[in-house]
Design a protein around this ligand. Structure first.
Ligand SMILES: Cc1cc2nc3c(=O)[nH]c(=O)nc-3n(C[C@H](O)[C@H](O)[C@H](O)COP(=O)(O)OP(=O)(O)OC[C@H]3O[C@@H](n4cnc5c(N)ncnc54)[C@H](O)[C@@H]3O)c2cc1C
Length: 265
């Protein structure tokens, strides 16, 4: 087993939409940026499944206070209201960032983003034209010179004199240990409520939370649950599974016959 040491200014752990976005924004300011992903940045995690994006545009009559109130009521006032406000207030600027990176959204006849409303919910969303969000962002990050290292599992943060100075992990394809020294480390390793029988995001095992917790970080922003439920008889079809094609499996054991779903996109 060999040990390799790398240096970068900003180290981003996880290359989903959050990690790619953080990397692009950091790189635009000048420093060297490296993304590490245990899968393939832009195609792993929950990012490939996101489709709707909530955008608050006051000149379309969107009521910011009403939207914040809706989220707070839903979150039983456990949510961070300041953070909720920032997310909505900056959502249109972020939408414009995404468009400038090449992410395509459905547009109305007037050329403005077409918005969709779900019944009983005050917020409005725009919709991706194609589910290729992460791949477009990966391309943008690469074009700016962001270094992307796929198939490396980060396991621990490295701390020196009460400061995080990097992270370490191992590549999936060799027996080496990789150590990354960095001036700043950004953890974007996704959620931790994984659902192996539903949407295939079982690689999201809370690694970032665990490594931060182990070095003594405070953890916040965990107020909301993922509401896409499954049941024991039919574990496959969670919300949104209309995109999946149902297939009978070759089941020979006694007991209920499970149903197998295949991606259709
Ligand atoms: C089925 C489904 C539908 C959804 N639809 C929508 C929607 O329409 N609108 C919406 O706003 N949101 C939606 N979401 C939620 C949205 O997709 C997520 O909130 C978003 O993808 C989170 O982005 P992220 O970058 O934080 O994490 P992720 O996209 O999950 O990326 C995390 C990345 O970190 C990597 N990683 C994890 N651990 C490690 C480690 N130890 N070392 C290295 N890399 C690691 C993973 O491989 C992955 O690439 C949906 C989610 C799902 C599952």
């Amino acid at each position: 087993m060999g040990e390799s040491v790398f240096e970068t200014d900003v180290l981003v752990i996880g290359g989903g939409m959050a990690g790619l976005f953080a990397a692009i924004k950091a790189r635009e300011k000048g420093p060297s940026v490296t993304i590490l992903d245990k899968g393939y940045a832009g195609k792993s995690g929950s990012t490939p499944y996101g489709f709707w994006y909530v955008v608050n545009e006051p000149d379309r009559g969107h009521d910011l206070e009403q939207w914040i109130e809706y989220v707070s009521t839903l979150g039983e006032y456990l949510n961070n209201r300041k953070w909720t406000e920032i997310v909505f207030r900056e959502s249109y600027d972020r939408y414009q960032d995404l468009v400038s990176y090449g992410v395509e959204f459905m547009l109305g006849k007037d050329g403005r983003p077409q918005t969709y409303k779900f019944s009983g919910i005050p917020t409005e969303s725009v919709q991706l034209k194609k589910r290729v969000f992460g791949q477009v962002m990966r391309k943008k990050a690469k074009s700016l010179g962001v270094e992307i290292v796929d198939r490396i599992v980060v396991t621990d943060l490295v701390k020196h004199e009460e400061k995080v100075v990097g992270a370490m992990g191992f590549p999936l394809d060799t027996n080496d240990l990789y150590v990354f020294q960095a001036k700043a480390v950004v953890i974007c390793s996704g959620g931790s409520a994984f659902k192996p029988d539903g949407w295939p995001v079982s690689e999201l095992t809370g690694d970032g939370d665990a490594m931060a917790y182990r070095i003594g970080a405070e953890i916040g922003g965990k107020e909301f649950n993922e509401p896409k439920s499954t049941n024991a008889q039919l574990p496959g079809p969670t919300m949104g599974m209309f995109l999946w094609k149902k297939e009978e499996s070759n089941w020979s054991s006694p007991g209920p016959r499970p149903q197998v779903y295949q991606r259709t996109w």
